[in-house]
Design a protein around this ligand. Structure first.
Ligand code: FES
Length: 155
């Protein structure tokens, strides 16, 4: 989707900034925000580019670097940590043969870590794009990854 098409869906008000950034990122191949698009957003909302950049840098779900089609974000906050999040991170790294903040060669997966995703009673938790997966264990992670590789996001 073209950036102008995305912008036209929103009123040019600064409170729409985060929503617009999500929309652009979701519709950009490589799942990221390009400098030229951030400039257009700033012009459209009539706010300084530094403010747009500040928001992009503040929220870890935004990226200015290309990422995989599926961005896996594993929660590393204390409730998930005590329930074995770090073992789950090792599981993801070995399944995908990449490290944190890297993307698989096929361009499918990027691993990131994040703070609390808001569903601590499901710990350990990860999200893939906008979908949450809780009560993770090695077998569940394996199954989830397999399904995404086959183009299915459900488990
Ligand atoms: S601490 Fe992991 S979801 Fe809240």
């Amino acid at each position: 989707m073209k950036i102008d098409t995305i912008l036209s869906k929103y009123e040019p008000k600064s409170e729409n900034l985060i929503q617009i950034l999500h929309d652009i990122q979701d519709h950009t191949e490589g799942n990221y925000l390009k400098e030229e698009d951030l400039e257009k957003v700033a012009d459209y909302l009539k706010i300084p580019k530094s403010r747009v950049n500040g928001v992009v840098e503040f929220y870890s779900m935004f990226s200015k670097k290309p990422r995989g089609k599926y961005v896996i974000r594993l929660c590393k906050s204390p409730p998930c940590f005590v329930k074995g999040a770090f073992n789950m991170l090792d599981e993801l790294k070995s399944q995908l043969e990449i490290d944190v903040n890297e993307t698989t060669k096929d361009g499918l997966f990027t691993i990131e870590t994040t703070s609390c995703l808001g569903v601590c009673d499901e710990a350990p938790v990860m999200s893939i794009n906008n979908k949450i997966y809780g009560k993770l264990d090695s077998a569940k992670i394996k199954k989830i990854i397999e399904n995404y590789r086959k183009g299915k996001s459900e488990i």
